[in-house]
Design a protein around this ligand. Structure first.
Ligand code: NDP
Ligand code: HSE
Length: 403
């Protein structure tokens, strides 16, 4: 018998209980053992829950029960979740989580701790919700030197952008819908301002390039600066605006990682990723380009990834999963200033002023544009170069174009 405890009975935790129950027969068959939900820890009362007999309020009940093999941490954040995860691993219990904040900030030390105590720390659900991405990255693509990762990594912001464009919703109305669907973080500014995508590109970069990348090392811009005017201009030339997390291998083991809105050409599959869906494009030196696509948030898709990790551990409780990376370094991440690309610019001014400032440009148009507004695409240049060119112009929006 393999016993599981869930910490945090919210959107994801309740989905994990549901999947463990609904698919119990096939899970037992695949594990070749009985996998049972023994405890659920939450601060709230759930008197009407079908799992009401499992609820406990004191983590030490779980920590001290030698029958508990696997702890699922779905509380979120990096405070109490860090304490409970540390205590569970020290007690020799494997931990499975969807908590990207914790993995991105403390992943290195928690993986070390798991190894020291002969257990596992798995977090497939922490990136891309239900999309299988971390295991394929480290296992199916293990023969490659991975050179680049580009992803739509946040379901909430992709949902907001899609609903604003397709259904004409306001930003606030679209965000409310995302929250009602259980996609958003407890504090949705983590979605809107790009911090959630930042945590995910940190985890992907660590796995792909081998060293811990910390969120504070990664320049991050969210979607607050993306207006419907920008969307219309981009559309006029066959582009969609998407919030991308990017990780690019650099010489001497360095990494260039950042999060920012980009104009994505319609012939790039990332442009067609809508609603809560996420997609992650990975480039390897043997496989070339490969892409992973699916629901990036939500109760059951995320639970699907969590329970897959539970099954993996339950199949062999003592297996050393070698899921680790180096500690990182203060100078590991190089600035995205080195990266040349075309730029989308919307500014006050005329076409002539834009040409004078930036040289050869491609002008964009939209219906209802006020006199004195100009939007254009530049030739490839670095961010410091484009900022220097635009010094004299009042700029409203400036985004990279994904080549
Ligand atoms: P929720 O807020 O829905 O669930 C968290 C649960 O933990 C709540 O029931 C909360 O209670 C409870 N909780 C808070 N503090 C404690 C505590 N000290 N002890 C026990 N329980 C506690 O969050 P989600 O399920 O949405 O997210 C959980 C994690 O999964 C987060 O890290 C999130 O980033 C991640 N994630 C979420 C996805 C999604 O689609 N929602 C997808 C992928 C990852 P209360 O509500 O009373 O505070
Ligand atoms: N808030 C996150 C998102 C949950 O919207 O992508 C999934 O990690």
């Amino acid at each position: 018998m393999v016993n599981v405890a869930i910490l945090g009975f919210g959107t994801v935790g309740s989905g994990v209980a549901e999947v463990l129950t609904k698919n119990g027969g096939l899970i037992d068959h695949r594990v070749d053992d009985l996998v049972r939900l023994k405890y659920i820890l939450d601060v709230r009362e759930f008197p009407d829950s079908p799992y009401k007999d499992c609820f406990v309020k004191d983590f030490s009940v779980i920590e001290n029960d030698p029958e508990v093999n696997i702890v699922v941490e779905t509380i979120g954040g990096a405070k109490i979740a860090l304490e409970f995860t540390t205590r569970a691993l020290k007690a020799g219990k494997s931990v499975v989580t969807s908590n990207k904040e914790l993995v991105a900030t403390h992943g290195y030390e928690l993986l070390q701790l798991a190894r020291e105590h002969g257990c596992s720390y798995l977090f497939e659900a922490s990136v891309g919700g239900g999309i299988p991405i971390l295991r394929p990255l480290t296992s199916c693509l293990a023969a490659n030197e991975l050179t680049q990762i580009t992803g739509i990594l946040n379901g909430t912001t992709n949902y907001i952008l899609t609903r604003m464009i397709k259904a004409g919703l306001t930003f606030d109305a679209a965000l409310k819908e995302a929250q009602a669907n259980g996609y958003a973080e407890q504090d949705p500014t983590a979605d809107v301002d790009g911090h959630d995508a930042c945590r995910k590109i940190c985890i992907l970069s660590a796995l792909a390039f081998g060293e811990h990348v910390y969120p504070e090392q990664v320049p991050t811009q969210g979607i607050r600066d993306v207006s419907l005017e920008d969307v219309a201009y981009a559309d006029s030339k066959g582009y969609k605006i998407k919030l991308l997390g990017r990780g690019i291998r650099q010489p001497e083991g360095k990494v260039c990682a950042f999060v920012a809105p980009h104009l994505v050409p319609n012939d790039n599959p990332l442009a067609g990723v809508e609603d809560v869906f996420n997609a992650i494009a990975v480039t390897g030196n043997a496989i070339g380009d490969v892409m992973f696509y699916g629901r990036g948030a939500g109760k059951l898709p995320t639970a699907s990834a969590v329970v897959a990790d539970v099954i993996d551990i339950a199949k062999d409780l003592k297996k050393d999963r070698h899921n680790s990376w180096g500690p990182g370094a203060p100078d590991l991440v190089v600035s995205s200033d080195i990266l040349a690309s075309r730029w989308y610019v919307r500014a006050d001014g005329t076409a002539d002023q834009a040409k004078q400032a930036c040289g050869e440009i491609e002008l964009l148009s939209r219906s209802g544009a006020p006199a004195g507004e100009v939007a254009f695409l530049t030739q490839p240049m670095t961010e410091p170069q484009v900022m220097e060119c635009l010094k004299g112009m009042p700029v409203h929006s400036r985004f990279r174009v994904l080549e």
